[in-house]
Design a binder for this molecule. Structure first.
Ligand code: KIV
Ligand code: ZN
Length: 515
């Protein structure tokens, strides 16, 4: 019988550790609902000890999600494990994932602990976690650079203490596929009680090998893979869920196992994560990039038309490229609007919220004939952003632009309780608009990134703008969408400035006070 490959999605935890990718509780919930709908087995909902907001987000997801296991991350210490246990207490299926570093460099310089102390701490954390749930996962952080015999020792003891899943992270993306595969094989072979746990892998993409390493590990006996939508994650990211899942599904002749995923939801969820985080997907990205199924050379098109398999190894519709169909239009009513959003996992808790979103939808439908799922997601993302930070709001804007002259922008903003007008000239219309916002607010920040994408196709499509700002070492992303890209740009800029204004202190699970 076909063996099951467990898909553990960590978009909401490791994905969120990407600089600027932080999400609100509401945004995390929207993603979690879609992950559940896609039949992801385990959702790592966050690191509850990071901040009260992170705790609440994990707690809310644990409360609502029923079909997927909801997991909370905890460093191997009493207070983290107890917070994770509380956060997942109401889950239908809850897991605690505890970890501690095992490589010589991490133990000596980061933890400043001896190997024996590390083992003791790991076993204590697993024991403590087992008091709250049977489903405990243990990770030896930086396993890719750890000593094999030491790994065998700590893993044997944590399995004996009750860890049911043993996750092997290549934390810094250092290993090569053959080496990583061999590591999994040898651990399973050498650890006497290895059959009592499922072996999992968690690869980072620093050398562009996260997916290759994960696949090599699966070929060598790993039966859980940790991954993220669009490969989002710390530094160069984690293994991309869509690539791992489709490689295993497409090459059934090689893998001998498969996931339970509904792959038709891959593209919609990729768009959702990109819309929420502002991290756009490169056009040539496998599976979910705009060019992934596009054929340019005439000879390829001819081949594909005669017989698809000549140049296509997967079907675009199997990963959800057809799913973003036209769903609503100008004449659609409130009920149709609400029902479609419900299918997308968005429920309005009160009529006022629904009215507001419906007004937005009608405004958009006046400008754009066909409204797609991605347009609806953008409307909700914008509503969430406005609800979570209201310090700054765009009231109106005007632009004057003429060939051969510098454009001028004028903005009226609500800043706190005041209405403020300011105008500025710039090198281009977006530059002028951003300068007028700076003028009105007095806000100082460094623009690290500005990017524009079209949400759907056509010249009436909404432009989706991402802006990344930095102030005092803190990096945030802002998103905005509109059929007018200058307005979308200003919305994105204001969204980022609002985030910079929020004073949030969060602990990072792997850096800083690590135990
Ligand atoms: O990369 C890593 O080691 C991690 C652990 C917390 C599993 O993300
Ligand atoms: Zn990681």
């Amino acid at each position: 019988m076909q063996e099951r490959l467990i898909i553990f999605d960590t978009t909401l935890r490791d994905g969120e550790q990407s600089p600027g990718a932080s999400m609100t509780g509401g945004e995390k919930m929207r993603i979690a609902r879609q992950l559940e709908r896609m039949k992801v087995d385990v959702i790592e909902a966050g690191f509850p000890a990071a901040s009260p907001g992170d705790f609440d987000a994990v707690n809310a997801i644990a409360h609502e999600i029923k079909d997927s296991v909801v997991c909370g991350l905890a460093r191997a210490n009493e207070s983290d494990v107890s917070l994770a246990a509380k956060a997942i207490a109401s889950a239908a299926q809850g897991r605690i994932h505890t970890f501690i570093a095992t490589s010589p460099i991490h133990m000596e310089h980061k933890l400043r602990m001896s190997p024996d102390e590390v083992v003791e701490r790991a076993v204590a954390a697993v024991n403590q976690a087992r008091n709250s749930t049977d489903d405990v996962e243990f990770s030896p952080e930086d396993a890719g650079r750890s000593d094999l015999d030491f790994l065998c020792k700590i893993l044997e003891k944590t399995i004996a203490a009750g860890a049911r899943t043993i996750n092997i992270p290549d934390t810094v993306g250092y290993t090569l596929p053959d080496q990583f595969g061999r590591l999994i094989y040898r651990l399973k072979e050498k650890i006497p009680n290895s059959d009592k746990a499922i072996f999992s892998v968690h690869a980072h993409n620093d050398l562009g090998l996260a997916v290759a390493n994960s696949l090599s590990a699966i070929l060598n006996g790993a039966r859980q893979v940790e991954c993220t939508i669009n490969g989002l994650g710390e530094r160069a990211g984690n293994a991309s869920l869509e690539e791992v899942v489709m490689a295993v599904r497409t090459r059934q002749d090689v893998f001998g196992c498969d996931s339970n995923l509904d792959t038709k939801l891959i593209v919609p969820i990729s768009r959702l994560v990109s819309n929420i985080t502002g991290f756009s997907v490169q056009p040539n990205k496998a599976v979910v990039g705009a060019n992934a199924f596009a054929h340019e050379a005439g000879i390829h098109q001819d081949g594909v038309l005669k017989r698809r398999e000549t140049y296509e190894i997967m079907r675009a519709e199997d990963v959800g490229w057809a799913a973003n169909r036209m769903v609503l239009g100008k004449h659609s009513g409130r009920t149709a609007f609400r029902d479609r959003l419900r299918i997308l996992g968005i429920d309005f808790t009160n009529d006022k919220d629904l009215d507001l979103a419906f007004t937005r939808f009608k405004e958009l439908a006046d400008k754009k004939h066909e409204i797609f799922d991605d347009d609806l997601q953008a409307i909700v993302t914008e509503r969430d952003a406005e609800q979570s930070n209201e310090w700054l709001r765009l009231i109106s804007m005007s632009i004057t632009s003429k060939t051969g002259e510098h454009p001028t922008a004028g903005v009226t903003l609500s800043v706190g309780c005041n209405e403020v007008f300011a105008s500025a000239t710039g090198d281009g219309v977006v530059d002028a608009a951003f300068k007028s916002v700076d003028e009105a607010t007095g806000a100082v920040s460094e623009l690290l990134l500005y990017s524009v994408n079209n949400i759907t196709s056509g010249t009436d499509a909404q432009g989706e703008v991402s802006v990344r700002l930095q102030r005092d070492g803190r990096i945030v992303n802002g998103q905005g969408s509109d059929t007018d890209i200058v307005i979308a740009s200003v919305k994105a800029y204001i969204n980022a400035l609002n985030k910079l204004e929020e004073q949030i202190t969060r602990k990072h699970p792997q850096i800083g006070d690590t135990v």
